[in-house]
Write a protein that binds this ligand. Structure first.
Ligand code: SAH
Length: 344
């Protein structure tokens, strides 16, 4: 099992080449092959000598993942991918096309861990438990494969697949930096969103290190006691402490913050609206509403009328909201439904 070359950032690749007594510009050439041209083998790197290609090939692999399955939704064209890692584990990723709206957004929703130990009641990945963190190469390769298979270039990445990205902090941030890097995917920092259930010390580290990416906090409730019944993390880091941290420290001008809110029958009352209003009186955040998707949970899905009422009340209170359409329902590719398939 050789190391994937995509595990390395540009300075690490420079070190590899300098040890091989190769000129430094090889590093940028290599990055260009890996991410801009998205090749699948060292053989294709035609401006490298045969000798160098063979040397690289003997030590490293270009791909960290293998495609195991691809499903395309008949409803909205959403595509769900199942990938196999070199140690025979499975992860899922989703390609979401925003055709119909005029945003021109093409999003890849990627996984950061194999399984997850956060134990959220409504989430399918939680049912697997935690298996291991993904490497930077495995995180990036999800995008490489989907781009190569579809011939499409996504302009948006969300860490909202399997896993809790903050608990794989180093690898997630390293991969995000390569996505943003001009010789990597060259994606704007504004088009990369890291979503967390609320691991306070790592959110603080993210802020202190001035990481430029968007942050999404999965809130899902306005009462601590209630949130604790579906999201165990609440007992360790109550959301009030996170909101306090964000209000004090989150740089409004640089970062963008969204609050994820999975709508259930019992968390969209008028009292919830009032509490949301109080919580976000500074008005610098957006509430991202997500309809609860079916799964192995016993929570109740709200009706369209109930959702519309909630929306209207939020509007009256002047709370900026966006509502996420539930994409890829027929392929279990919607929010919270990723389970790696093989672990079912
Ligand atoms: N661990 C991270 C990222 C993965 S979950 C986090 O918690 O943010 C990505 C999003 O899917 C979260 O906002 C989560 O609340 C949502 N989600 C999980 N299960 C869901 C379900 N059954 N229906 C709708 N959204 C769900």
């Amino acid at each position: 099992m050789s190391t994937c070359i995509k595990d390395f950032n540009i300075s690490e690749v420079e070190k590899i080449f300098s040890e091989m007594q190769e000129p430094l510009y090889r590093s940028k050439q290599l990055f260009n092959w890996l991410y801009e041209r998205n090749i699948s083998s060292f053989t294709e790197m035609t401006n490298f000598s045969k000798d160098l290609r063979e040397k690289l090939n003997s030590k490293y692999s270009v791909s960290a993942l293998e495609l195991a399955d691809r499903k395309i939704s008949n409803i909205d064209g959403t595509e769900k991918y199942l990938f196999k890692t070199s140690d025979d584990e499975y992860i899922e990723s989703v390609l979401i096309k925003s055709e119909g709206d005029d945003s021109g957004r093409l999003t890849i929703c990627i996984s950061s861990q194999i399984g997850c130990n956060m134990g959220c009641e409504f989430c399918e990945t939680a049912k697997i438990g935690f298996r291991r963190n993904l490497t930077p190469g495995e995180i990036l390769d999800q995008i490489c494969h989907i781009r190569r298979i579809t011939g499409l270039i996504n302009n948006n990445v969300v860490f909202m697949g399997m896993g809790e990205p903050m608990l794989n902090y180093d690898n997630v941030l390293k991969a995000a930096d390569i996505m943003n890097y001009s010789y990597g995917f060259h994606l704007s920092v504004r088009k990369i969103t890291i979503s967390t259930c609320g691991v306070l010390p790592l959110i603080e580290r993210f802020i202190d290190e001035k990481r430029p990416y968007n942050l999404a906090l999965s809130l899902n409730d306005t009462l601590s006691e209630k949130r604790a019944t579906t999201m165990p993390i609440e007992k360790k880091y109550p959301f009030s402490s996170i909101i306090k941290l964000l209000n004090e420290k989150f740089p409004v001008s640089r970062n963008r913050l969204t609050i994820g809110y999975v709508m259930r029958k019992d968390n969209i009352t008028d009292d919830d609206v009032k509490r949301l209003k109080k919580m976000f009186r500074y008005g610098r955040i957006k509430l991202n509403l997500i309809p609860l998707n079916p799964g192995k949970h016993s929570l109740n899905i709200p009706t369209a009328d109930e959702i519309n009422h909630f929306l209207k009340e939020l509007e009256i209170m002047n709370i900026p909201v966006s509502i996420r359409k539930s994409m890829g329902q027929d392929i279990s590719g919607a929010c919270g439904q990723l389970s790696g398939e093989k672990y079912k």
